[in-house]
Design a protein around this ligand. Structure first.
Ligand code: FAD
Ligand code: SIN
Length: 526
């Protein structure tokens, strides 16, 4: 099947859905997602969405917190843009039907998380992401101009490469004409031609064997752009959330929101020591990189598999009322959060880097935008401030729509694009080769490219990953296409980029911590 649309949007999280809603008045839209519309990282977001609402908070404070957390690597102009445009994007969310918790006087009830100096997190109980995903999904389904294709997997972007035209001069000549997609029902490969293509494919949590991310987070968009010779940056900055529920065998790991620490919960070792003040004067509410490293260190020193998060001193009624989702989950495994401490471990959570974009979400490839977690905008620098991700996705979706509609009428379709012509041959029993390599890749990344790194570990990781890379590329050439095989291939691509970029940064900075290079002071300027 060959299809022509004005906008092809790949991904149905907050970034893809909000782009679709805003672009719908300006052209035809095809929004594809490899799973159901609702299965996204967005759906699992707990703590909330950061935006300045009332004094004593101010734009300057939110800007300062973001830059301090980013450890000197944030783009100050982008930080200012996101922080200042955030309140308008929140108004749109309210208009689309998202319901944030309020106090009896009608004002928003604001939460606080690590690295924030004010209460500024709008939230819906402890399942803010679900509230956002459901509201946006309802709106998108009710908008006539948006065609939704579920179980539709984007395999590769279409560029001049598929026309047999080599881009000789420079990267800036590359043009995206849409994408080849695999219909996971019929197993056919379709060609979707688009005037503008938008990558909103989310993060890469499944690179690691412990992650808070659902199985869709396999870095597909980043890998596609890399293969199309677009610019990828800052992949070494992988954020580990300090507190995921320790419950061996469960995947994804259930998140215990940082908002719980903002509410007064404290971290303790198995023997009850409140250890965080040894590491940072902000204690349990220090930024995530600091807390995750401190937990990792305590676990290693003591030989423990987890530390505890203690809420037992908090008002039980308020606790359960504010965190019903966490209460329910913990109850299901016989933990009463009002009486028992919660075992927690760090887990891969968020990717700060990704597809390099400008202030309007434009990638280095013409007619290709990237928004949401797949994009590297400059907001997060070397470490993302909690709850800055959902708001970044909204701000950049809005800016990307405003930019892309300026030229949509002038862009012609390229009718010379050939249909997909890579035909595989082999049989389903090859599946074991895929699943084994998937596990090995996760072990390599977790053991060598995790919270603490070293030159030797990174070198080992690269050597091991290269073997898996070669095997998987061979398999890809001769196999029938499957989602799992494409995802493995994509993860290997993004794993490779993570290792290479980590090797190239000869210092410890934000989320990239290596025992071979000393930690530098943040170079942030205010
Ligand atoms: P996603 O929501 O991940 O959506 C990606 C979409 O792309 C999915 O629809 C997926 O199916 C689709 N897709 C991927 N590859 C393909 C392909 N090849 N073909 C077709 N479709 C594809 N951030 C905050 O700001 N506040 C929070 O409180 C917060 N809590 C979090 C809690 C958890 C447990 C997790 C995992 C993350 C949390 N985050 C939070 C981070 C935030 O949720 C994500 O960064 C954000 O939701 C990403 O949105 P997105 O639209 O970019 O991608
Ligand atoms: C959390 O609720 O702790 C996650 C917030 C985030 O990742 O921004």
């Amino acid at each position: 099947m060959k299809k022509k649309v004005d906008f092809l949007i790949i991904g149905s999280g907050i970034a893809g859905l909000s782009f679709a809603l805003k672009a719908a008045p300006f052209g035809s839209i095809c929004l594809i997602t490899k799973n159901s519309l609702e299965e996204t990282n967005t759906k699992y977001a707990q703590g909330g969405i950061a935006a300045v609402t009332y004094p004593p908070d101010s734009f300057n404070k939110h800007i300062r917190d973001t830059i301090l957390c980013g450890d000197g690597f944030c783009n100050k102009q982008i930080v200012e843009t996101v922080v200042k445009e955030a309140p308008d994007r929140i108004k749109e969310l309210l208009k689309w039907g998202v319901d944030f918790d309020r106090q009896p006087d009608g004002n928003f009830e604001l939460g606080r998380e690590g690295g924030h100096t004010e209460h500024r997190i709008l939230h819906h109980k402890d399942n803010t992401g679900l509230a956002i995903q459901e509201a946006l999904t309802r709106q998108v389904k009710a908008t006539p101009n948006i065609e939704i294709l579920e179980n539709c997997f984007a395999i590769d972007l279409i560029t001049q490469h598929h026309l047999g035209e080599l881009v000789k001069r420079s990267r800036k000549d590359i043009v995206c004409y849409g994408a080849y997609t695999l219909n996971l029902g019929s197993r056919e490969v379709d060609t979707i031609l688009a005037k503008t293509t938008v990558i909103a494919t989310g993060g890469t949590g499944n690179l690691y064997d412990t992650t808070t991310n659902p199985s869709i987070a396999t870095g597909d968009g980043i890998a596609m752009v890399y293969r199309a010779k677009g610019i990828i940056e800052n992949m070494e900055f992988v954020q580990f959330h300090p507190t995921s529920l320790y419950h061996p065998g469960e995947r994804p790991s259930f998140l215990i929101t940082e908002a719980l620490r903002g509410f007064g919960a404290v971290l303790r070792t198995a023997d009850g020591e409140k250890f965080m003040s040894k590491y940072d004067k902000r204690g349990s509410l220090a930024p995530r990189d600091v807390v995750a490293r401190a937990i990792d260190n305590e676990m290693k020193i003591r030989g423990d598999d987890f530390v505890y998060l203690d809420c037992t001193h908090l008002d039980p009624e308020e606790l359960v009322n504010h965190f019903p989702n966490i209460n329910k989950k913990c109850r299901s495994i016989d933990i009463d959060i009002t009486k028992d401490v919660i075992p927690v471990v760090p887990a891969a959570h968020y990717l700060c880097g990704g597809i390099k974009v400008d202030e309007n979400g434009r990638s280095s490839i013409n007619r290709l935008y990237a928004i949401g977690e797949a994009a590297s905008t400059g907001l997060h620098g070397a470490n993302r401030l909690a709850s800055n991700s959902l708001i970044e996705a909204l701000v950049f979706a809005d800016r990307a729509v405003n930019e892309s509609i300026k030229e949509i009428l002038k862009i012609p379709f390229n009718d010379k694009i050939p249909e997909w012509n890579i035909e595989g041959t082999s049989h389903p029993e090859e599946m074991v080769l895929i699943t084994q390599n998937y596990k090995e890749m996760q072990q390599i990344m977790s053991n060598y490219v995790g919270i603490m790194r070293s030159d030797l570990r990174l070198q080992r990781a690269l050597a091991r990953l290269e073997i898996i890379y070669k095997e998987t590329e061979e398999l890809y050439k001769k196999s029938t296409l499957s989602r799992k095989l494409c995802e493995l291939r994509n993860l290997i691509n993004v794993g490779y980029l993570t290792i290479i970029m980590a090797q190239n940064l000869h210092e410890s900075r934000g989320l990239h911590y290596t025992i071979d290079y000393p930690q530098k002071k943040a170079g942030a300027e205010f």
